[in-house]
Design a protein around this ligand. Structure first.
Ligand code: ADP
Ligand code: VHF
Length: 384
């Protein structure tokens, strides 16, 4: 399959299709059932033709508005979460009904950013989604809005869809929204034109995009391009188009924007560290440690740390900073911020002798490290 042209789409065996709130929500904020059924009809046809589909769907909040007794979409986090808790069951029930008309079953997967980061949870999600697909079931995925706290929320489903595409090793991803692809200016502006093909995201770096999208969506075009960056850098080509054009997009026709796949596949954990994680603190390195980390093969040991900034726990994302103050990498830290000052600047031999086994481990393991590359963050050369 050629992941650099639209011919990838009809030939793609496994496709992740993400539909945003803007396409599933009526102007009054409630769920648009006609739009949902129209999408399902197209996806069922794809299944009938032998393809596999994974749906990443927003709409829980929209589906919860009516049952919550509200008339419009809430804006504060707690009420949005309450609506999502009310609406998620409703949303999946609507997908179940719509797919059942084609004799297809659906299974619900509610994921958090953490599920794509922690190795055990990632593997677990991967195994269960793989099994669901092997059973011939269509996974219907959303963020687990009820339990995700603010800092760790995706908020939008765009980046979640890219990480799911990586998780299920999708051959292509389709992002559906309320505009037919990336335009050379925000589409509300007269004269804005669709961009049909993007070979390299650097080619559209100058295009004006806004984070504020439709009235109900989250993240606008900014999070969509971030999602595209994650997917294409993981080797997954993307079509971004309007929900009503999903059949054309899957058939490889000239709709929306096609983004060619770029990089090699990397681990989902590294993708998340590079593109989704928000550093909770900073570790300042001495020159030797900065060189070793930048070399791409070394873990960060306590001896190379000179100073700690921020308040974080073991497992949190942190930034690694060179002596001149520039960020050189990001990684998941193995100790909390309270522990590191007693370890920093000391050899692992010394720490093991004084504090015992366990205190001689890396502060950031190389498998959990992503370098600041020329075009944003990149993976070290080591495979994991
Ligand atoms: N350059 C651009 N090209 C296309 N759309 C853009 C651009 N800049 C901003 N947008 C906006 O992004 C919106 C889609 O994002 P969003 O509302 O978050 O949708 P969804 O709910 O589908 O995720 C569009 O309605 C559009 O107004
Ligand atoms: N998880 C939320 C969706 C959040 C959201 O609006 O995402 P998006 O439509 O991708 O901008 C829900 O189901 O309502």
């Amino acid at each position: 399959m050629n992941a650099r042209t639209r011919s990838a789409l009809p030939a793609a065996r496994r496709v992740v299709v993400k539909i945003g709130s803007s396409s599933l929500t009526r102007p009054d904020g409630h769920l648009d059932l006609d739009a949902l059924r129209a999408l399902v009809d197209v996806l069922a046809a794809r299944r009938a033709a032998g393809g596999e589909v994974v749906v990443v769907t927003s709409g829980a909040i929209a589906a919860g508005i009516g049952p919550a007794g509200l008339t419009s979409r809430p804006r504060d986090l707690a009420t949005m979460q309450a609506c999502a808790m009310l609406g998620q069951g409703e949303l999946v029930a609507r997908y179940s009904e719509a797919f059942a008309r084609h004799g297809i079953r659906v299974g619900q997967a509610l994921l958090t950013a953490e599920d794509t980061v922690r190795r055990a949870r990632y593997r677990n999600a991967q195994r269960s989604l793989e099994k669901l697909l092997a059973l011939g079931v269509v996974p219907v995925v959303n963020e687990n809005d009820a339990v995700t706290v603010d800092e760790l929320r995706f908020g939008d489903n765009d980046r979640l869809a890219a990480l799911v595409s990586h998780l299920v090793r999708a051959d292509a991803m389709v992002l559906l929204t309320d505009v037919d692809g990336l335009h050379d200016a925000p589409p509300s502006r007269p004269g804005a034109r669709r961009i049909g093909h993007v070979e390299d995201l650097a080619d559209v770096a100058g295009v004006e995009v806004t984070a504020r999208g439709s009235a109900v969506g989250t993240g606008g075009m900014v999070t969509k391009l971030e999602s595209v960056r994650i997917a294409t850098s993981a080797g997954v080509p993307v079509v971004l188009t309007a929900a009503g054009r999903v059949a054309d997009a899957l058939a490889g026709r000239d709709v929306g924007t096609f983004f060619a796949a770029g990089g090699r596949r990397t681990t989902a954990r590294r993708l998340w560290i590079a593109h989704a994680a928000r550093p909770e603190g900073r570790l300042h390195l001495d020159a030797g440690a900065a060189r070793a980390v930048l070399g791409g093969r070394a873990s960060l040991l306590p001896a190379g740390i000179t100073r700690v900034e921020g308040d974080f726990e073991a497992g949190d994302p942190v930034e690694l900073v060179a002596p001149d103050g520039t960020g050189v990498a990001r990684g998941l830290v193995a100790y909390g911020s309270g522990e590191i000052p007693t370890l920093q600047g000391r050899s692992t031999y010394e720490l093991r002798a004084e504090l015992g086994e366990g205190y001689d481990r890396e502060v950031v393991h190389r498998d959990d490290l992503v370098l600041e590359g020329r075009n944003g963050l990149s993976s070290p050369t080591t495979a994991s």
